[in-house]
Structure formats: structure tokens, C-alpha cells
Design a protein around this ligand. Structure first.
Ligand code: NAD
Length: 391
């Protein structure tokens, strides 16, 4: 397993912010499997249960609990741990919560990103940095159109706007500090006192609605479905006609890892924004997804819970990922049916007495890598002749 992605992560120190969350836990586990020394920076896990503790990640990585709103702390952690690769996932990621906590959402998602980049700027060990934003960072025109990396940023709700702002922070840091022709002040404060123009490759990544086992967040479709099915309650469907680019958690994560491995090899070439969504045409509405969940679970029912007074959420959102497909030889491995099947398998298994989340989740990662190899994706080893990952 450590040889896939060109073996780039093996033996490297990799910082994952947001490692106590859903995607951060999957990414941290995958990175440990790839042989990385993983460092985490996040708040303590919020939900109970949570994937971070279920996987026992606190014993597999250097987990630092702290707040990205604290610049001194972020700088101290980078100074102490000296990561070579950074994935920034820490965020307030929920649209509905952003209506209740707009200032907190902007503080974490915008200032938190600026703090992380400032710490990167001052830590000379960092060569690759990736900021995870979202498909919701685009100005959503609610039309049948898949957004490209060159489309205007925007955001009506505070979450979406905060992620569009985070994108602008990334662009500003890239242009001001991390390109080969920066302003004359760049390089001041890098900890070895050297000016290292062009030495940090800074990308931003925009994925769709991610699904997978171990997401226990409130107000998200799949965790809400899983909780209802486990409690033999009908699934309450709030927004049945909203269309989203759904994708299995390992699809965007394989994109992040593939991109980071290429950023490592050629820092300037990939230092830009990237979409990692499902195949064009595979965005589906919430109602259809719930039907597929029920089919995969094999029992249960849904009920209409449309609330006309609930805050605005985008109705139609699609991503165009052709740039990543062409330039990174990345593509989604699972279609929606397979993504939902793997996801519900995880939740069903989690109900069994003595459920071993670590081995089950690791098995899903290995199964995914094997499927990617079969699909001839170069990151999985096909082009470089790496052996098939062991199941
Ligand atoms: N889940 C999705 O469908 C989806 C889709 C697109 C983009 N994203 C983005 O991916 C990233 C991860 O999302 P997720 O679904 O895993 O979210 P999550 O809520 O499960 O995890 C969020 C993580 O951020 C950390 N965090 C929050 N506030 C923090 C703070 N002030 N200081 C330090 N850490 C803090 C939490 O502790 C947690 O580890 C986010 O940036 C999110 O915007 C998620």
C-alpha cells in the first residue's frame, strides 16, 4: 500500500487539520497506511460516536487538539512538527449551522485558513499545501451547468461565502508569497531565514457532497438516514428535489492524494484550484439518494419533512472535474450505487457487537485501491507497475 501514489507519502511528515472529523479521519487512516508520519490539528471530536475514536487514530498519529483561530498555536505546532505536506480540512462545514453561527463560521473558515497559510509561510519544511474548500464556493446560478475552476466564486449562505473567501485567501497567499515572482518582502520569517521562492506548492480542492461510513454529523443526509434506519424510524426527507454531486469519500481523497503527490514532484505546475466531483451527469436529487439508501439497507421507509421556513440551501449544484481527469489522470472509482452500498455496509457492520472499525475501514480503503488499479488509474500503481494492494 505504501507504494501507491508513487510512494510519495512513505516516511513523510504530513499534517492533516480537521483530523478528528469525518473526511479527516479517513484521510489520516489512509495516510498511515501509506507509511506517512501523520500529525493532526483539530478540536476534540464533537459527535458521539465519532470515526476518529472508532478508528483509534489517537494511537496511530501525533494528534494535537487545538483551535485554528489561535495563530500562535498553529505556528507553534508547525514549528514543532515540521510537516512536509499539509492538508487543511479543519472547518465549520455545515450550511445550516452557518446560519446560526455566521461569525464563528467566517472565523474558522477564513481566518483559520489565513492562520494555517501564515504558519506554512514561516515553516520551511513545508513543500506542499492543499486547502480543502467545497463545490459550494462557486457563485451558484441555479442552472443546469457544472461549475469549472475558472467560474466566479460566490456564496449566498455564510458557509458557502466563507469557503469562497478561503479560496481568495489561498489565491492571495499563492500570488504574494509562494510563486516564483512574489513581492520583495516574501520569505521574511521563513524559519531558516532563507527566501525560498516557489518552494511551496499551494492548491485548493473543491469536492462535492461526500458520503461514506463513519460520518456522524448532525443535519447531513447520510448520517440522518443511518441514525433513522438503526432506530427503525422513517427517514425524514427535508429537501427531496435538491440536486447534489454525491460521491464516495475515497473519491475526493484519492484526488487530494494524487494531486499532492504531483505537487511534490513538480511544485509550481499543480499550484492552482481543482474540482474533484463525480462524473458529469451523475448528480442526483436527495429523494433518489434516499431511495438508494433504503434499497441498500433492505428495509425502512421515508417520510416527507419539507419545511418551507427552513433557511435557503442551494437547489442545484454540479461540478465539472474534467481538468483533474485530464491533467491528473484522476477519476471517481465508484458510481453512486456502489458508493451508497459501501456506505450502508459500514453503518450496518457498525451495529454488530465487537465491530472493528479500524479493520473494516482499512478493508474498504484497500478494496477501493484495488478497484482503482483495475480501472487503470495511474495513482493506484498501474503505470508504474506497482503491485496490487493486498486486500
Ligand atoms: N462532508 C462533505 O460533504 C464536504 C463536502 C465538501 C467539502 N467539505 C470540506 O471538507 C472538510 C472536512 O469536512 P468534514 O465533512 O470532514 O467535516 P467534519 O465536521 O466532520 O470535520 C471538521 C473538522 O474540523 C475541525 N474544526 C472545526 N473547527 C475547528 C477549529 N476552530 N479549530 C480546529 N479544528 C476545527 C473539527 O474538529 C473536525 O476535525 C471541510 O473543510 C469541509 O468544508 C466537506
Amino acid at each position: 500500500m505504501s507504494e501507491i501514489f508513487g510512494g510519495v507519502f512513505s516516511g513523510k511528515t504530513v499534517l492533516v487539520t480537521g483530523h478528528t472529523g469525518f473526511k479527516g479521519s479517513w484521510l489520516s487512516l489512509w495516510l498511515t497506511e501509506l507509511g506517512a508520519n501523520v500529525v493532526g490539528l483539530a478540536l476534540p471530536p464533537e459527535a458521539q460516536p465519532n470515526l476518529y475514536e472508532q478508528l483509534g487514530l489517537q494511537n496511530l498519529m501525533d494528534s494535537r487538539l487545538g483551535d485554528v483561530r489561535d495563530l500562535e498555536l498553529v505556528q507553534k505546532i508547525l514549528r514543532e512538527t515540521r510537516p512536509e505536506i499539509v492538508f487543511h480540512l479543519a472547518a465549520q462545514p455545515l450550511v445550516r449551522r452557518s446560519y446560526d453561527e455566521p461569525i464563528g463560521t467566517f472565523a474558522v473558515n477564513v481566518l483559520g485558513t489565513a492562520h494555517l497559510l501564515e504558519a506554512v509561510r514561516k515553516t520551511s519544511s513545508v513543500r506542499v499545501c492543499q486547502v480543502i474548500t467545497t463545490d459550494k464556493c462557486y457563485e451558484n446560478r441555479e442552472i443546469d451547468y457544472a461549475y469549472k475552476e475558472t467560474d466566479p466564486l460566490g456564496g449566498r449562505d455564510p458557509y458557502s461565502a466563507s469557503k469562497a473567501c478561503a479560496e481568495m485567501v489561498v489565491s492571495s497567499y499563492r500570488a504574494s508569497f509562494f510563486t516564483r515572482t512574489p513581492s520583495p518582502l516574501v520569505g521574511e520569517g521563513r524559519d531558516e531565514g532563507k527566501t525560498k521562492m516557489g518552494s511551496v506548492s499551494l492548491s485548493s480542492t473543491r469536492a462535492g457532497n461526500v458520503i461514506g461510513g463513519g460520518d456522524w454529523a448532525q443535519d447531513r443526509l447520510i448520517p440522518d438516514c443511518a441514525r433513522s434506519l438503526m432506530a427503525f424510524r422513517p427517514i425524514a426527507v427535508r429537501n427531496p428535489r435538491a440536486v447534489r454531486p454525491w460521491q464516495f469519500v475515497l473519491d475526493p481523497l484519492s484526488g487530494y492524494l494524487r494531486l499532492a503527490s504531483l505537487q511534490w514532484s513538480d511544485p509550481q505546475k499543480y499550484s492552482e484550484a481543482w474540482n474533484f466531483g463525480p462524473r458529469l451527469g451523475s448528480a442526483r436529487c436527495v429523494g433518489e439518494v434516499v431511495d438508494l439508501v433504503l434499497k441498500a439497507w433492505g428495509s425502512g421507509e421515508k417520510r416527507d419533512a419539507v419545511d418551507p421556513s427552513s433557511p435557503h440551501e442551494a437547489g442545484l449544484l454540479q461540478l465539472d472535474s474534467s481538468k483533474a481527469m485530464e491533467r491528473l489522470n484522476w477519476k471517481p472509482v465508484y458510481d453512486l450505487e456502489a458508493a451508497i452500498a459501501r456506505t450502508m455496509e459500514w453503518y450496518r457492520a457498525s451495529q454488530e457487537p465487537g465491530f472493528d472499525a479500524f479493520n473494516f475501514t482499512r478493508g474498504q480503503i484497500r478494496g477501493y485501491a484495488a478497484a482503482a488499479l483495475k480501472a487503470e488509474l495511474s495513482w493506484a500503481g498501474h503505470e508504474s507497475g506497482f503491485p496490487l494492494p493486498m486486500p
